[in-house]
Structure formats: structure tokens, C-alpha cells
Design a protein around this ligand. Structure first.
Ligand SMILES: NC(=O)c1ccc[n+]([C@@H]2O[C@H](COP(=O)([O-])OP(=O)(O)OC[C@H]3O[C@@H](n4cnc5c(N)ncnc54)[C@H](OP(=O)(O)O)[C@@H]3O)[C@@H](O)[C@H]2O)c1
Length: 214
């Protein structure tokens, strides 16, 4: 079976924003409080940062668990990796995730600014200035037969959707409005000419939108 490019567990507000405005070191999501966007996943038994036993075991847990299943590489935009803009002033910043990033695969960070690869625990970050199709090719090679996750942020997901390279999309729509920021879409109906859609409300309050190619 061919390798897929998948958007998984991507969170948007009811009005279509995946991040707020004005990202900084203190506010990775900009002005927006990210908690209402991702708390459905954080409450599950399979949440990657869970330190205590417990957590929910229903639909939200199933989708959270699926986030890593058969994933061999991730592609992300430079603003998901960090708050810096422009040329790298130094290479001290190694992402938001500390010494043990949760990816545990090669990660391709798209950026116009050159930087050498580095490895933290079992995640290697590569920096790539490439068109979406080229980046996907590199990530597929690195994924060694497994699928590739398109991890965000918002502009990067939009870019790959526009290039028509995405095979499956899972968006969790939270019952909050952000009003401004990085917008994924005006309406999810934008995708319906190219994707099938199943809409599944969860008891946690989010609505899961599952798209797959027509
Ligand atoms: N809602 C969610 O589930 C979710 C998930 C992940 C992240 N986020 C949030 O989303 C926000 C980041 O999203 P964003 O839309 O601001 O930015 P982004 O998609 O993370 O990154 C965009 C940047 O990546 C670089 N880039 C993208 N495509 C490129 C290409 N083909 N070639 C070279 N460089 C390329 C460019 O940076 P340069 O030109 O500067 O190099 C571009 O400005 C953060 O607040 C993050 O916390 C939300």
C-alpha cells in the first residue's frame, strides 16, 4: 500500500483558526489560550505527556492513539518549531519539546533559512527549503515505507492542501471562537470537492471532522 500524507489531531476553533495572533516564546499559540483547543486530547489515556494513570478511553482516545500509528516522518512549518523569524541568529533553540521530543522519527522543518540537522533523543530535525512536493518526497524516503504526518502549523497545512498532496485530514473543532490569528479555513466545506467527510461529535465537546480523498 502506498504511503499516505496525513493531518492528524489538528485543532481548530469554531471560526476556523488553528492558532492565535502574535506568537512569541511565552505564547506559542499567540494571543489565544490553546487549552480549549487541545484539552480533549490531553484528557485521554493515550495522551503523550500523561504522567498519571487514568484518562478517557473513548473516541478521543482512539484518535489520539492513532496520531503515532504507522508514522515514519513528520513535516512541519518553521513557526510550529519555534517563535523565531528570519535567519537563525544561533542554533541554541531546539524546539518547544525539551530533550525528548515526542516525534521519535525524522522531522522535516520547512524554512527558507538554512540550518544543520540535529538529533535529540530519537528525533532528528532536518531543515528544508523546498516546494511541498519535494519535501514530501524527502519525508517519504525517510519514513521507510510508513506514512508521513503533516504536523502544522496552519500555513503549512494550507500550503499542502493547496498543492493537493494530502490524503487524510483529521480536524478537531473546539466549541470556542478565536476571532483572529492563523486561519485554516473559512468553512470546512472548502474541502468537500476533493474529500469525503464524516462528522463525529465527541462527548468531550469537540467535533471530529474526518476527511479522506474522493
Ligand atoms: N491547531 C493545531 O493543532 C496546531 C498544530 C501545530 C501548530 N499550531 C500552531 O500554529 C502556529 C504556527 O503556524 P503558522 O501558520 O504560523 O506557521 P507554520 O505553518 O508553522 O510555518 C510557516 C513558515 O514555515 C516556513 N515554510 C513553510 N513552507 C515552506 C516552504 N515550502 N519552503 C520553505 N519554508 C517554508 C516559512 O518560514 P520562514 O520563511 O521564516 O523560514 C513560513 O513562514 C503556532 O502558533 C503553533 O503553535 C497549531
Amino acid at each position: 500500500m502506498s504511503q499516505l500524507l496525513k493531518v492528524q489531531c489538528f485543532n481548530v476553533s469554531r471560526d476556523g483558526f488553528g492558532a492565535g495572533e502574535g506568537q512569541s516564546l511565552d505564547r506559542p499559540f499567540g494571543h489565544a489560550d490553546p487549552t480549549p483547543l487541545w484539552s480533549w486530547a490531553g484528557a485521554t489515556a493515550s495522551w503523550v505527556a500523561r504522567t498519571d494513570p487514568g484518562g478517557t478511553r473513548g473516541l478521543d482516545d482512539h484518535l489520539t492513539r492513532d496520531h503515532t500509528r504507522n508514522i515514519g516522518a513528520e513535516i512541519m512549518g518553521r513557526n510550529k518549531f519555534g517563535p523565531q523569524r528570519g535567519p537563525w541568529e544561533n542554533h541554541e533553540w531546539q524546539g518547544w519539546w525539551g530533550d525528548t521530543p515526542p516525534f521519535r522519527t525524522p522531522v522535516f522543518v520547512l524554512t527558507h533559512h538554512e540550518r544543520p540537522s540535529f538529533t535529540l533523543a530519537d528525533t532528528t530535525f532536518h531543515f528544508l527549503d523546498a516546494r511541498p512536493a519535494e519535501a514530501l518526497e524527502r519525508a517519504k524516503q525517510a519514513a521507510d515505507g510508513r506514512d508521513v504526518r503533516l504536523g502544522g502549523g496552519v500555513a503549512t497545512v494550507r500550503e499542502f492542501l493547496e498543492a493537493d498532496l494530502v490524503d487524510t485530514v483529521h480536524i478537531a473543532v473546539a466549541p470556542v471562537d478565536l476571532g483572529r490569528g492563523e486561519r485554516l479555513w473559512k468553512s470546512h466545506t472548502d474541502l468537500l470537492d476533493r474529500f469525503h467527510l464524516e462528522t463525529v461529535p465527541s462527548p468531550s465537546g469537540v467535533t471530529h471532522l474526518l476527511f479522506w480523498r474522493r
